[in-house]
Design a binder for this molecule. Structure first.
Ligand SMILES: Cc1ncc(COP(=O)(O)O)c(C=O)c1O
Length: 242
């Protein structure tokens, strides 16, 4: 299997793990120059036996095409998102319905990267119930999510919050850092700085209108936190007493 992503891609790490489980070889094409060390997801990629190919200055898609031609490989698209993979979060929407009985009146807040997660939830729950918080992973998230829904939903009906992109994908902002600290100290729940931290920062900022019930969907990605040890060396946000 071959897939591609950012150096701290959670999707790439999960592909490496799935390939290991299935006894398949796995090549991960990761963006940019070789990382100086194996932190966070990169450590797990290595543990799972994936071969890492760094794209350097070349576009990821170009390197994936070269690697795929050299072997007989199944290529999983960037971020794991395709019209088939959307089904994963259709199933998640169904699980939410089963686990949260009054979910139909609530809004679900989720991180938006390459779009499959939000698209699946929208297909299952309806566009009005889902708020995607853009992480800056793709240039036009609205068109990306709408494209995955095969014309079922008007792009304008999708609720996308762009307030947390900051300097761009993967760059930690003050709001994200504050959200990581606050959620850990108030709830004992740990977030990652690229996806769930951005979604929580938007929720805490109250930057979209919402009713009295909100479901924050934690999509995982915790290993990405360990790719950012500098987060622990910054002055921690002040603890807010309950
Ligand atoms: C932890 C985490 N949450 C959310 C997302 C967003 O998912 P999608 O790419 O389907 O928009 C990702 C994507 O990699 C992720 O790693």
């Amino acid at each position: 299997m071959i897939t591609s992503g950012a150096p701290q891609s959670n999707h790439a790490r999960l592909t490496a793990a799935a390939a290991a489980r299935l006894g398949l070889a796995c090549v991960l094409v990761l963006g940019g120059p070789p990382a100086p060390d194996r932190r966070g997801n990169l450590l797990l990629d290595e543990l799972a036996g994936a071969e890492i190919v760094w794209s350097g200055d070349r576009p990821l898609a170009e390197v994936v095409a070269v690697e795929a031609e050299r072997r007989s490989a199944y290529v999983i698209p960037f971020g794991g998102t395709s019209s088939a993979s959307v089904q994963g979060y259709v199933d998640c929407g169904r699980e939410l319905r089963a686990q949260v009985p009054d979910i139909d009146g609530a809004e679900v807040v989720v991180a938006l990267g390459s779009g499959g997660t939000m698209a699946g939830l929208v297909r299952e729950m309806g566009a009005e119930r889902v708020v995607g918080v853009d992480t800056g992973a793709v240039p036009d998230p609205r068109a990306t999510v709408a494209g995955l829904l095969d014309g079922q939903v008007e792009p304008g009906a999708l609720r996308i919050d762009g307030s947390q992109v900051g300097a761009g994908y993967g760059v930690v902002t003050d709001a994200v850092r504050a959200a990581l600290y606050e959620t850990a100290r108030e709830e004992g729940v740990f977030l990652d700085p690229t996806y769930t931290g951005r979604a929580m920062a938007a929720l805490l900022a109250g930057s979209f209108p919402h009713g009295d019930r909100v479901v924050f969907l934690h999509t995982g990605g915790l290993p990405g936190l360990f790719g950012h040890p500098e987060l622990g060396q910054l002055t921690p946000a002040r603890r807010t007493p309950r």
